[in-house]
Design a protein around this ligand. Structure first.
Ligand code: UDX
Ligand code: ADP
Length: 480
């Protein structure tokens, strides 16, 4: 029986391993983590991450050929294939601070593998890491090998949160990078055999190690670039009276461009896009390519611009001040169908509003108060360290209330900001919300999910990203 061990029971490791266990009943899969509470949650009825369909997959395999454990060393020692899916935060100090990946956790995982291994292993890089990390890991392993043979593979994950199980069941492609030696090719084949149990062969692509690593960064950079492109257009649409949804539909019908990832929004978030682009920028700079680095940097700058543009709209529409006003924030997760808040645009929007002294009442169906308070008080990039190493939640912000109901959040509010496109927000009773709000009542739709015309009929002043401006907003002084 092939034994797989995955180090890191996070958003990537957990769902990926659960699906491998489901699809490969003859493979034993153990997911290990240094965080005891996280492992306890994986072994309970309340999984540590919210992902549609995940509960069913875990229920079917857990205890059969899927196990979660804190006994990292034992399971690594026994495994034939070790996936490494640990945190790769952005460095906050020293060389490459603010851009380069901090490989502390990766390196310590590699050293541990070297320490405990007694048999040959295939080590699979599954976290997003900069190009050439596999080479570094290979060096650590081979210099401490004690005669054991290691093959390093890069197998980047392309799942998107909220649709992780669907993406894993039916991936566009599985990318496996490895050495171009006979041993390297054999290792690629061993991993391809695992995926081959449910993924059609033509979708399993073998590349060299570096191409696989770079492809992951490139794919995320291309996707983020589409969003920044449409968001840049949204600003121009507002200035000129065009409708960004019509523009992106028209653009997307060109089969060379395609319709996906062209929804204007308050900004992209998530654990990958910004981090991967920062890595890409750093790699370009290190390779003497400042023009290429600056090109990709713009994708992040437009994203930051979009978030601050949104805050400026809110403040300028409400007579240039939100001081002491209650603003309801609907949605805090970085997208719908996930409880994940890493790099969510809601953090910057909320901080911007708090900077102008607003009082916030936040509701998200999947994010709890503790998480929101942490996010609003944590330093940049601290979010990407293992939970037990993150700073404790400091005294919570008094101006921020977190409630469990959209009507409660909007009661007596002066304005409502929609920051995540949760389906339930589309079905809210906006007449009821309007009746209980201060007047004039404002709605700022950062995801273009409400019917602005209907809300205007009720009496709301509505701002929708990239749409022709409400008369009220047009008459307001221009904002910076
Ligand atoms: C992304 C990649 O899609 C995935 O392949 C990779 O493995 C990890 O990074 P993820 O971050 O989970 O996945 O979500 P994704 O669906 O890509 O959304 C990222 C952000 O872009 C979200 O904040 C989302 O709201 C935003 N977005 C997406 C838009 O603003 N407009 C769009 O048209 C699409
Ligand atoms: P991702 O989104 O990439 O899956 P997460 O932060 O959700 O990232 O998960 C990474 C996990 O890796 C965390 O649960 C963390 O506790 C775990 N981890 C980090 N370093 C180690 C290590 N050396 N051994 C085992 N687990 C680790």
């Amino acid at each position: 029986m092939v034994k797989i061990c995955c180090i890191g029971a996070g958003y990537v490791g957990g769902p990926t391993m659960a699906v491998i266990a489901l699809k490969c009943p003859s493979v034993e899969v153990v997911v290990v983590d240094i965080s005891a509470p996280r492992i306890a949650a994986w072994n309970s009825d309340h999984l540590p991450i919210y992902e549609p369909g995940l509960d069913d997959v875990v229920k079917e395999c857990r205890g059969r050929n899927l196990f979660f454990s804190t006994d990292v060393e034992k399971h690594v020692a026994e495994a034939d294939i070790v996936f490494v899916s640990v945190n790769t935060p952005t460095k906050t100090r020293g060389l490459g601070a603010g851009k380069a990946a901090d490989l502390t956790y990766w390196e310590s995982a590699a050293r541990m593998i070297a320490d405990v291994s007694k048999s040959d292993k295939i080590v699979v890089e599954k976290s997003t890491v900069p190009v050439k990390t596999a080479e570094a890991i290979e060096k650590i392993l081979t210099h401490n090998s004690k005669g054991i043979n290691y093959q390093i593979l890069s197998n980047p994950e392309f799942l998107a949160e909220g649709t992780a199980i669907k993406d894993l069941f039916n991936p566009d492609r599985v990318l496996i990078g490895g050495r171009e030696t006979p041993e390297g090719q054999k290792a690629i084949q061993a991993l391809a055999d695992v995926y081959g149990q449910w993924v059609p062969k033509e979708r399993i692509l073998a590349t060299n190690l570096w191409s696989a690593e770079l492809s992951k960064l490139a794919a995320n950079a291309f996707l983020a670039q589409r969003i920044s492109s449409v968001n840049a257009m949204s600003a121009l649409c507002e200035a000129t009276g065009a409708d960004v949804s019509q523009v992106s539909y028209a653009v997307g019908t060109d089969t060379r461009i395609g319709p996906k990832f062209l929804n204007a929004s308050v900004g992209f978030g998530g654990s990958c896009f910004q981090k991967d682009i920062l890595n890409l920028v750093y790699i370009c700079e290190c390779n003497g390519l400042p023009e290429v680095a600056n090109y990709w940097k713009q994708v992040i700058q437009i994203n930051d611009y979009q978030k601050s543009r949104f805050v400026n709209r809110v403040v300028s529409s409400m007579f240039n001040t939100v001081s002491g006003k209650k603003i309801a924030v609907l949605g805090f997760a970085f997208k719908k169908d996930t409880g994940d808040t890493r790099e969510t645009p809601a953090i910057d929007v909320c901080k911007g509003l708090l900077g102008d002294n607003a009082r916030l009442s936040i509701y998200d169906p999947q994010v709890n108060e503790d998480q929101i308070q942490r996010d609003l008080t944590m330093k940049k990039f601290d979010w990407d360290h293992p939970t037990h190493l993150q700073p404790m939640s400091p005294t919570s912000l008094k101006q921020v209330g977190v409630v469990w109901d959209a009507y409660e959040a909007t009661k007596d509010a002066h304005g409502v900001c929609i920051l995540t496109e949760w389906d339930e927000f589309k079905g809210l009773d906006f007449q009821k919300i309007y009746d209980h709000m201060q007047k004039p009542a404002f709605i700022f739709d950062g995801r273009n999910i409400v019917n602005a015309e209907k809300l205007r009929e009720i009496g709301f002043i509505v701002y929708s990203i990239g749409k022709p401006l409400d008369k009220w907003l047009k008459d307001m002084p221009a904002f910076a």
